[in-house]
Ligand binder design. Structure first.
Ligand code: SAH
Length: 365
C-alpha cells in the first residue's frame, strides 16, 4: 500500500501514534533538521526564488560592516594571532565573504583569521565552500562545542531564531507543554499535554505576568551558555543579530515561511522554514552566567548607523550606475528603516565580550 503522506509527515505521524502527542520542540527539531527530510538538510532557502531573504543577502554593506566590526574588536583584544572567527549558521556564506573582503583594509587582521563555520546543512556547507573559495583557512563543524578553543570572535545572524523552541500553555492547574497531535479528522493539530509541567513557575522569568491560555516559549540554553563560556575563556567577543523581544514575555511566535509568504506550521512539513522570536533577555542571562558581559540589545538600524552604513552607502553610490544607486538606497532602507517589513527596528543586535575588553564597537554609550 502506498504511503498517503510525504515521508517526514508519515514519520511524525508514526511517532505520535507510537508515543503520543509530540512536544512542539521535538516537532520543530524534526521539521528543521531531520537527518534525511529536514528543511535545512534538503532546501537552499535563500534568495528571490527561495523562501526568505536575510540582511547579508540584501546588501554587501551588511557583511562589510560586520567584517570591520570584527577587525576593530580584534584590535581591542590586543590583536591575537591566530584569531578564530566563528560563524554560527552562515547560510550561503555571503556575510563572511563580504566581511573578508572588507577586512582587506586591515591586512594584519585578515591574515590572522582562521575561519570556523558551524553549519548543520550539507547543502549550505557546499555553497559556503564554493563561495569562500579557500582564501582563508576554513573548517566546518556541526556544533559550536567542536570548534577548537582559543581567542575567538563569534558571529551569528538569524541563527538563534532557527533553533527549536519549547512552548508551554498556562492552564488553571499550571503550565502544560504544547504538543502536536492527530485530531479526530486525522489532521495534525496543536494541543496541550495532559499533565502540568512540575514546578514550571519557578523556571519563569521573575515578575513575568501571564494569564490562562497564554503561551510561553523557551529554548535550550546550551548554545548561549557555550557562546558565553567561549567569550570568557577565549577573552573574545560575540555578535548576535536577530529578531525577537528584549524582555522575556508570553506570546506564541512560532511561524512558518515558504516562498516569502507566511504558511501553516502544521502543513508542508520540512518544506517551509519554522522559526520563533529570540528572547534576548534569556540569551543575555545565559551568556552572562558563564562570565561574558552583555551589551544591548540595540535596534539593528541604530547599530548599523553607528557602524557607518550611510557613509558606506554613499561610497558605493558614488561609483554605481543610476539603476544600482536606487538598489543601494532601497537596501539601506530595508536594513535600517523602522517601518513595515524593514529590518531596522524588528531586528536587534546584541554584543558579548570578556569583561576586560570594555564596550564593543557600536555598543558604546
Ligand atoms: N546567517 C545566514 C543564514 C541564516 S538561516 C544569513 O544571515 O543569511 C539559519 C542558518 O543556520 C542556516 O545556515 C542553517 O542551515 C543554520 N542552522 C540551523 N539550525 C542549525 C543548528 N542547529 N546548528 C547549526 N546550524 C544551524
Amino acid at each position: 500500500m502506498s504511503e498517503p503522506f510525504p515521508p517526514l509527515e508519515a514519520e511524525i505521524r508514526r511517532r505520535i501514534a507510537a508515543a503520543g502527542a509530540m512536544p512542539v520542540m521535538q516537532y520543530m527539531t524534526l521539521c528543521l533538521t531531520h537527518p534525511t527530510y529536514g528543511y535545512y538538510v534538503t532546501v537552499d532557502p535563500f534568495g528571490a526564488a527561495g523562501d526568505f531573504t536575510t540582511a547579508p543577502e540584501i546588501s554587501q554593506m551588511f557583511g562589510e560592516l560586520i567584517g570591520l566590526w570584527a577587525g576593530s574588536v580584534w584590535r581591542q583584544m590586543g590583536s591575537p594571532t591566530p584569531i578564530n572567527l566563528i560563524e554560527l549558521g552562515p547560510g550561503r556564506g555571503s556575510m563572511m565573504q563580504d566581511a573578508l573582503r572588507a577586512a582587506n583594509v586591515m591586512p594584519e587582521f585578515r591574515s590572522a583569521i582562521v575561519l570556523h563555520m558551524v553549519e548543520v546543512s550539507p547543502i549550505l556547507e557546499k555553497r559556503q565552500r564554493e563561495f569562500l573559495g579557500g582564501s582563508v583557512p576554513t573548517h566546518w563543524y556541526q556544533a559550536l562545542e567542536e570548534v577548537p578553543e582559543g581567542p575567538s570572535i563569534i558571529l551569528a545572524n538569524e541563527f538563534f531564531d532557527a533553533l527549536p523552541v519549547h512552548q508551554a500553555v498556562m492552564c488553571a492547574d499550571g503550565w502544560h507543554e504544547r504538543v502536536v497531535k492527530i485530531d479526530e479528522n486525522d489532521k495534525l493539530r496543536f494541543g496541550i499535554a495532559r499533565d502540568p509541567i512540575p514546578l514550571f513557575e519557578q523556571l519563569l522569568p521573575r515578575g513575568m505576568r501571564s494569564q490562562i491560555g497564554e503561551i510561553f516559549e523557551w529554548r535550550a540554553d546550551q548554545i548561549a551558555l557555550e557562546l558565553g563560556r567561549r567569550v570568557k575563556h577565549g577573552e573574545g567577543a560575540a555578535l548576535v543579530i536577530d529578531y525577537g523581544h528584549i524582555k522575556s514575555a508570553p506570546g506564541d511566535t512560532l511561524q512558518a515561511v515558504g516562498k516569502h509568504q507566511y504558511a501553516d506550521p502544521l502543513l508542508a512539513l520540512g518544506q517551509v522554514d519554522l522559526t520563533a522570536h529570540v528572547d534576548f533577555q534569556a540569551l543575555g542571562d545565559a551568556a552572562e552566567s558563564m562570565g561574558a558581559r552583555a551589551f544591548g540589545p540595540l535596534d539593528q538600524g541604530e547599530f548599523l548607523h553607528r557602524l557607518g552604513i550611510e557613509t558606506r552607502a554613499n561610497a558605493l553610490k558614488s561609483t554605481a550606475p543610476p539603476s544600482k544607486v536606487i538598489e543601494i538606497e532601497q537596501a539601506l532602507q530595508r536594513l535600517t528603516g523602522t517601518t513595515g517589513r524593514n529590518m531596522g527596528h524588528l531586528f536587534k543586535a546584541m554584543g558579548f565580550a570578556h569583561p576586560r575588553l570594555g564596550p564593543l564597537p557600536g555598543f558604546d554609550p
